[in-house]
Ligand binder design. Structure first.
Ligand code: CAA
Length: 259
């Protein structure tokens, strides 16, 4: 258990709150904590969607450089597994997820945001993968997820240079989905996923899995993943509810049960 990260649940939305002032630097304790809260958000029935939030000032300025400074190669061989596992755990939450970004999302902080489905940022936010200026490269999924999101050339520009991207550029290159005044970031992020509360959660889960797994494989295999998951939705009550509602009353919203 750690106080540095917690899951707060309200109105069907779980907020994963990073809480390590001043910069939410991601040390091993917070990384372990993220693993635990991602598992909790995954299993809790009262959580339909997730916001990852670092508070009003900063999202996260990356892995804890002070902790890493004295680590040897073999120390990092061991630790690098956790670095990838905690972002994998966030990416694997089978519910819509959004990063609510104020201030900085750098290095491991940007990688946490990349592991979410969506990113809502403050007008004055700065994102980037500045690891190169420390003589290292991103190690929590940045080289992979950034390239998949914005394309290889833009990812290489950001990772080779380590430069910070402002909100306007981040929106233009597809790194983020929405830019709002700083004071509205958390509310806007909640609004983005609130629409999934009370929805057909197993269909949303199948859609996320089809898209994410499909991106990792060739088209034929991806189509096969889609076909199996599509057919699987016919085993849910919500499929029956949605179709019966349409036939009886026309276009939704149907009274889904999340089952
Ligand atoms: N790790 C440890 N401490 C950090 C930190 C980090 N990633 N980022 C900031 N801090 C600390 C600073 O050392 C400082 O501590 P002290 O008050 O004890 O001196 C405090 O937070 C405030 O930071 P600054 O004084 O630097 O604040 P600023 O407003 O001038 O600058 C900043 C803010 C631009 C975020 C700057 O702190 C910065 O560049 N941080 C490092 C960003 C970075 O390189 N991130 C990548 C980390 S490596 C990584 O993440 C690897 C991976 O892929 C997993």
């Amino acid at each position: 258990m750690t106080d540095l990260v917690r899951l707060e649940v309200e109105a069907g939305i779980g907020t994963i709150r990073l809480d390590r002032p001043p910069m939410n630097a991601l040390n091993a304790e917070i990384q372990e904590g993220l693993l635990a809260v991602a598992a909790e958000a995954t299993t809790r029935k009262d959580v339909a969607a997730v916001v990852v939030y670092g508070g009003e000032k900063v999202f996260a300025a990356g892995a804890d450089i002070k902790e890493m400074e004295t680590m040897s190669y073999t120390d990092m061989v061991d630790r690098s597994v956790l670095l990838q596992e905690f972002t994998k755990a966030i990416a694997a939450i089978p519910k819509p997820t959004v990063a609510a970004i104020t201030g900085y999302a750098l290095g491991g902080g940007c990688e946490v945001a990349l592991a979410c489905d969506f990113r809502v940022v403050a007008e004055d936010a700065k994102l980037g993968q500045p690891e190169i200026s420390l003589g290292i490269i991103p190690g929590a999924g940045g080289t992979q997820r950034l390239a998949r999101l914005v394309g290889p050339a833009r990812a290489k520009d950001l990772v080779f240079s380590g430069r910070f991207v402002d909100a306007a550029e981040a929106l233009a290159i597809g790194l983020v989905d929405e830019v709002v005044p700083a004071a509205d970031v958390y509310t806007a992020a909640r609004a983005r996923v609130a629409r999934y509360v009370g929805g057909p959660s197993y269909a949303v889960r199948a859609a996320k899995e089809a898209i994410d797994r499909g991106l990792e494989v060739d088209l034929e295999t991806g189509l096969e993943i889609e076909r199996i998951l599509f057919a699987g939705t016919f085993a849910t009550r919500d499929r029956a509810i949605g179709m019966r509602h349409f036939v009886d009353k026309g276009k939704g919203p149907a009274p889904f049960e999340g089952a």
